[in-house]
Ligand binder design. Sequence first.
Ligand SMILES: NC(=O)c1ccc[n+]([C@@H]2O[C@H](COP(=O)([O-])OP(=O)(O)OC[C@H]3O[C@@H](n4cnc5c(N)ncnc54)[C@H](O)[C@@H]3O)[C@@H](O)[C@H]2O)c1
Ligand SMILES: [Zn+2]
Ligand SMILES: [Zn+2]
Length: 382
Amino acid sequence: MEQAEISTETSSTVITCWAAIAWTANAPLSIEKVEVDPPKPGEVRIKIISSGLCGTDKHILDGKNKVPLPAILGHEGAGIVESIGEGVTSVKPGDKVLTFPIPECKECQFCLHPKGNMCLKEKVLSPTGLMLDGTSRFTCRGRKIYNLFGTSTFTEYTVVHEIAVGKIDAAAPMDKVCIMSCAVPTGFGAVFNTARVTPGSTCVVFGLGGVGLAVVMGCKASGASRIIGVDINEKKFPPARALGVTDCLNPRNLKKPVQEVVKEMTGGGVDFAFEVIGNTDTVVAALESCHMSYGVCVMVGESPSNSRLSFDPILLLPERSLKGSIMGEYKTRSCIPKLVTDYIQKKFNTDPLITHQLPFQKINEAFELLHGGYCIRCVLLF
Ligand SMILES: NC(=O)c1ccc[n+]([C@@H]2O[C@H](COP(=O)([O-])OP(=O)(O)OC[C@H]3O[C@@H](n4cnc5c(N)ncnc54)[C@H](O)[C@@H]3O)[C@@H](O)[C@H]2O)c1
Ligand SMILES: [Zn+2]
Ligand SMILES: [Zn+2]
């Protein structure tokens, strides 16, 4: 594959490079030449070095979660700043960065509030596929191509708002840290910030993919005494056990509903349950797995667009609670670069979450690995 065409004065020029286009759902991605516009004021153009494939990208390709198409998907990216638009001060060309699906403008009333991580400028809940000024930076065969959550990492170059870019340590291994832009903070934060798992507690994790196993690592680090892992794919059990799962359950092999089994195993229900699949039935099963009075269920998975949760409200009455958690409740730019530093300092090791690495051109093969449940995280290298 040829190199991207860039002149020396890159900040003001269009870059032509390769990107994977999702023209429609339920079809392979198409690797094509795209034009990437220069960054406008407040924007950063990034040369992507690595990108993970997240369950959310998979849901979009499957048509379960709706975003504007055609688009360049991918939101779990690590790269190097190529050029900056006017007024950008927090990063400069050459800096190593992560892209975040949730921005942190540090100015709006949500960002200034000590709790929560939703910024008023976020584009995840109702994705427009466009930059904040309502335009796109990508063109392919003369057609406008949408972005994903303001990030788009399945491309050699992307343009992201400065408020969604986090500068990371110059020592960061770029083939490994892309998962710090979604899977790792989402899983760790669901445990540390949303559930606040306590030492000696019992936990159940529904869904042992990249994010679910990051939840498992967080539960183990919090001193949970028992971590029950639930998945319909038993290939996930050995890596889950290696990371701290004490008991594995495949709901398809049980004679009773999995929540009944979890309640029996734990004398009435777990202290903390996590749904990390993205399915309304398993959200209810996770909720029902919790202890009726002090059980906390955290919903991390993204259920299909326009789906509805349905359960008997009596479940919540005795003080059981149901919470959501997005990007682990971390204020992205303020907190996640520190996680990268902790990783570099070997305070934790998330490398086991990366089971495969493939060249970017093999992105469809990487999605087949994810669909077939053969990988935990497959990271694309550019
Ligand atoms: N809240 C957030 O900020 C956030 C961030 C990233 C991902 N997500 C969501 O988290 C979920 C998991 O993402 P991931 O990257 O780990 O995906 P993944 O595909 O790697 O893992 C999903 C796991 O769920 C299992 N599974 C599927 N259906 C099941 C069922 N009915 N019962 C039991 N197990 C089942 C699969 O076998 C797989 O192991 C997705 O819904 C994704 O959209 C949310
Ligand atoms: Zn993600
Ligand atoms: Zn904000």
